[in-house]
Each structure stands twice: as C-alpha cells, then as structure tokens.
Design a protein around this ligand. Structure first.
Ligand code: UT7
Length: 336
C-alpha cells in the first residue's frame, strides 16, 4: 500500500440524542365495526386477537408528504430547531407510491430546510428505528448535525379491504424526531439485522412488472403470514430488545418506558413478559387506537406517551421495531 495521503476525516459530536418528537394522526377514526363485514369478522375477535379498537385512515388530502411535514414541524418545534438548521432528512416508508424520486427531498423543500441530504429508506415496520440508528451515527460521525427522521405510511393505498389477515391491522399516520448533538449519551447502540429466509412472510402480492402485463391489472396489496410473523416477533424480538439494553450498558431495571412497534397488543405483552420488564416500566399501547402504522408506529407511540405524561423528558426508553424483510432494529434512547 502506498503512503497515506492524509485525507481529512469528518468528526462529529461525542454523543447524539433525540431532541424533539412530533406526530400526525389522520382525522378519520375507523372503528372495527366499519371493517368487519368485508372480512367476515367481529369487533370482539379483532380486539381479542390484536387489541385494536380503532385506527385512522388518511383522507385524500392527507398525503405521505402532508402528514410528514405536519409531524416534522411539531418535532422541530419541540426540539427548538429551525428548519434551516436541518442538514439531513431520512424518511422511512413503504407507501410513497412513486418508485422514484424519493419523497424526502420534497418534504425537506416544503419544510424550508434548504438543500439537505434527503433520502428514503425501505425497512418496512422497522424503518423508523433504522433511521434513528443511521441518524445517531451521522451526528457522531460528523456527516450531519441535525437529522430529521420521519416514519410515515398511507398503508390504506395498498390494503386489500377484503383480506382477513391485514385489513383490520394496518393504518395511516406519521411520526418524526429530530436527532442532534448532545453533551451526554442519548441514543444507545443500535441492534439491527434481517432474516431474508423469511422474505415472503410480509410482502406485496405481486411484482409491478407482473401486474402491468396482466389483462386486468390490480394494485398489488400487502399480504402477511400473520401467525408466522406473530411467533417470530413474540420470541426472537425479545432477545433483540434485551441485547439493545445490554449494549446500552444498562439493565431492564433502568428502563422507564418500553416503546415497541405497535403490531399487536399480544406481541407487546409477550415481549414484555419474555424480557421480564419490571412492572414499573410504562408500555406504549397506541395500537389500540391507531392500529399498525408500520414505519410510523414507534414515533407515534412515543409521541403519545410524551403527550400523556407516560414518558417524561430524561426517561430511559427501549425502542424496538420489526417487520417485512424480515427486518428489525432496536435502541435505548433518552426521552426528549
Ligand atoms: O407490522 C409487521 C409485523 N406484523 C405483525 O407483527 C403481525 C403479526 N400477526 C398478528 O398480529 C396475528 O397473526 C393476526 C392478528 C394477524 C391474526 O391473529 P392469529 O391469532 O394469528 O390468527 P390466525 O391467523 O392464527 O387465525 C386463527 C383463526 C382461524 O380460524 P380457525 O382455523 O382457528 O378456525 C382463522 O380462520 O381465526 C380465523 N381468522 C379470523 N377470524 C375472524 C383469521 N382472520 C380472521 C379475522 N376475523 N379477521
């Protein structure tokens, strides 16, 4: 190897932290009763199997961009950061319905962020925690100072309202956080990964090319092998959560809050039992009212806990998200 040429290296802040959180919940509240006929189900079955009572479906004006901008504005205000100070925007979504370009630059532009680095990531329900992991490393590595991480979905655009396994679960919304420099550690090491052997467990029914060559093209919907995902999430994810706690240098006794992906109340309970979380740990249960909003679910759940006083500034919270891929990511954070 030739002699080193002495390239400069970017250096960032010693620590990164969540500085603010924001949310956008669509206006229209949809009770189970509105969905049961099309899937031959009942309010009782849905509540018992998933814990979901209502969810929110976006209206025509509540686009991915509109919901993202609203959530991001609240997160910026909470953080006390101007849009012009944001130098990176990461949008986690699987329901921006254009293959290209990404929606992140349009969101950054509407927010008035100038010309930040802006890109989308596709890690389904795990996308937001992937974004927080990336953002923390960017802030510490010196490639960005303030990063907006947005999780947003309009899953109703890709829902088959007659599919018994998905129609009552998935919903719409957006959540956002600002990640920035901190004098104390605010985001623990991310534990993340994927299990591509289970690639088919949650997927779009068809490849776009197959759809477009069919005689009667139909929008490919989300499909899920629910009980297989349920088993994986309930058992494997508890280990990932515990690893994130250990890598953060703490124990479950140090946790104040648990904010898991809002997939199913029974999965949340199974994980909490499996991780032996103390009874004092406050657990996010936003799924009951909001359904499963994929990439938006963790920031929406965190936002609600902050709003309702269940998560206070300085509290230590375990975030964990998992879904299609199968992909997962978890980290311990200090509540902004
Ligand atoms: O966000 C990404 C990650 N996603 C998740 O983590 C979701 C994981 N999966 C789940 O949440 C659950 O699997 C569901 C809530 C989707 C389903 O609950 P389940 O307890 O796994 O139900 P199942 O699919 O095992 O079906 C049990 C029974 C079946 O009847 P039999 O064979 O026992 O007579 C189904 O036919 O329930 C029946 N069933 C329904 N009944 C009423 C399935 N779907 C429905 C329905 N309404 N919608």
């Amino acid at each position: 190897m030739s002699a080193p040429v002495g390239l400069a290296t970017a250096t960032g802040s010693s620590y990164a932290a969540l500085l603010g959180v924001g949310a956008y919940r669509p206006v229209r509240l949809v009770p189970n009763s509105e969905l049961v006929e099309a899937i031959d189900s009942s309010d009782e079955w849905i509540q018992q199997r998933s814990g979901i009572k209502t969810r929110r479906f976006a209206g025509p004006d509540e686009s991915v961009q509109m919901m993202s901008v609203a959530a991001a504005r609240e997160a910026l205000e909470h953080a006390g950061i101007e849009a012009g100070q944001v130098d990176a925007v990461i949008v986690a979504t699987v329901s921006h319905m254009m293959q290209t370009p990404a929606i992140a630059p349009a969101i950054a532009h509407e927010l008035g962020c100038g010309q930040p680095v802006a890109f989308d990531i596709s890690a389904a329900c795990a996308g937001f925690c992937h974004g927080v992991g990336l953002a923390a490393d960017m802030v510490r590595g010196g490639s960005a100072r303030h990063v907006l991480v947005i999780g947003v979905e309009r899953l109703t655009d890709i829902l088959d309202r007659t599919d018994r396994g998905t129609a009552f679960i998935f919903a719409d919304g957006a959540g956002a956080v600002v990640v920035g420099p901190s004098e104390t550690p605010g985001i623990g090491p991310v534990v993340w990964g994927s299990d591509g052997e289970q690639f088919d467990y949650i997927r779009q029914t068809e490849d776009w090319r197959d759809v477009m060559t069919s005689d009667s093209p139909v929008m490919p919907a989300l499909t899920m092998q629910g009980s297989a995902v349920f088993r994986w999430a309930s058992f494997a994810m508890a280990k990932v959560g515990l690893e994130a706690v250990e890598r953060a240098g703490i124990t479950v006794d140090d946790l104040d809050c648990f904010v898991p992906h809002q997939a199913n109340m029974r999965i949340t309970d199974a994980m909490a039992r499996s991780m032996k979380l103390p009874a004092t740990v406050r657990i996010a249960r936003d799924v009951a009212d909001q359904g499963n909003t994929s990439a938006a679910s963790v920031p929406l759940a965190l936002h609600r806990m902050v709003q309702e006083g269940d998560a206070r500034s300085g509290d230590v919270a375990l975030l964990i998200a998992f879904g299609a891929g199968l992909a997962y990511a978890a980290q311990v954070v200090v509540v902004p």
